[in-house]
Design a protein around this ligand. Structure first.
Ligand code: NAD
Length: 328
């Protein structure tokens, strides 16, 4: 019998890629999202447009005992969306409602296994002040002090999934994603993250021109290419380990380094103008000790390899946008 999976957030970046992967693996897949995928038609067998803040929608999409549920739906975005403070109430309310409803529906339908996508944003701010030495091991999450409401909601929801496991015996898996990037991700509009935003700026700017960057560019991060993220999720689902576990790259770079790498891939040399903007913590990197220990695997793909696939896709989107606006 075909395995069945429900992907919540299937109209988004990671959810869209996950549906494709599950279909290749032979699953029967239902996707659910507020919207259709922006960049490619879904490969899901069934795609429901619905609002998961509404408990009736959660019950409706979980009308059978799926083998696997992947809960990726969240109100999220890059620094421009989560670190300005302007969307705090919306982020907390929307994402917490989705998780509360999804778990209750999953409990009632006797879902076999449920995956929850948490985030590196749950880690305490005070451990990420030194850009050269951030601490993001899984056991450093407490005492908790995330630097955004987005991080607090993720931490609350991790606890919610763990409580459903404890009290109702629900089989759960929790991963803390660290900056996932790749083709078919948000690249403009204010919710895009650093790699996509910088790829877009480089693609939009002529060789030798000037492009803006938020902050001094000395803050550090790591970025994980989408296929590696999905490999980690798949391995976690097949393992006996519930998590939470980091799924991220441990190739830490400064944002200035990231920009240089993208320019290298694009074959351009731009001047960077540093401007004020929302930034997040000073340093962050994935600590991959636990994932190696529990899954005998950790992401290996280099940042450059991922950018070599992502940049041409964003460059093509920029060109498409120009052509479309000329035609109007
Ligand atoms: P995304 O924004 O592309 O996808 C999230 C999807 O959820 C969107 O398509 C959105 O429409 C949908 N959604 C939001 N509210 C909904 C609602 N009320 N009902 C139904 N659908 C709703 O984001 P993504 O990058 O694909 O991230 C997927 C998950 O991984 C999110 O939970 C995110 O917090 C988590 N995560 C992502 C990253 C990353 O770097 N991309 C890092 C850490 C954690």
């Amino acid at each position: 019998m075909k395995k069945t999976a429900l992907v919540a957030g299937a109209g988004g970046f990671i959810g869209g890629h996950l549906v494709k992967r599950l279909k290749k693996e032979g699953y029967w897949v239902r996707g659910v999202d507020l919207k259709h995928h922006e960049f490619s038609p879904t490969k899901a067998d069934d795609f429901v447009i619905g609002d998961l803040r509404d408990v009736a929608t959660c019950n409706r999409v979980m009308d059978r005992a799926f083998d696997e549920v992947y809960q990726l739906a969240a109100d999220m975005g890059g620094a421009g969306f989560v670190f300005t403070g302007k969307n705090d109430a919306v982020v907390l309310h929307n994402s917490a409602s989705i998780n509360l409803n999804m778990l209750e529906a999953a409990k009632n339908t006797k879902i076999k296994k449920i995956f929850y996508s948490s985030s590196a944003c749950i880690y305490p701010k005070h451990n990420q002040l030194d850009p050269n030495n951030p601490k993001c091991s899984e056991d450093s999450a407490y005492p908790a002090s995330p630097d955004s409401e987005y991080g607090w909601e993720k931490l609350f929801s991790e606890r919610l999934y763990m409580a459903y496991h404890r009290n109702y015996g629900m089989d759960i898996r929790i991963a803390r994603f660290h900056n996932i990037f790749g083709e078919e991700g948000t690249w403009r509009g204010g919710r895009e993250k650093a790699p996509a935003a910088l790829c877009r700026k480089v693609a939009e700017t002529k060789d030798g021109g000037t492009s803006e960057m938020w902050g001094d560019g000395k803050q550090t991060r790591s970025f994980l290419y989408i296929t590696e993220c999905l490999e980690g999720v798949s391995r976690l689902m097949k393992s006996d380990f519930a998590g939470p576990v980091n799924i991220g790259s441990d190739e830490m770079v400064t944002i200035n380094d990231l920009a240089k790498m993208i320019m290298g891939v694009a074959g351009k040399n731009l001047q960077i103008k540093h401007v004020e903007g929302p930034l997040g913590v000073r340093g962050r990197n994935s600590d991959n000790k636990l994932i190696r220990e529990k899954l005998g695997w950790a992401p290996m793909c280099s940042l450059k390899t991922g950018l070599e696939k992502t940049y041409p896709w964003i460059e093509a989107q920029v060109k498409l946008g120009r052509t479309a606006s000329k035609q109007v």
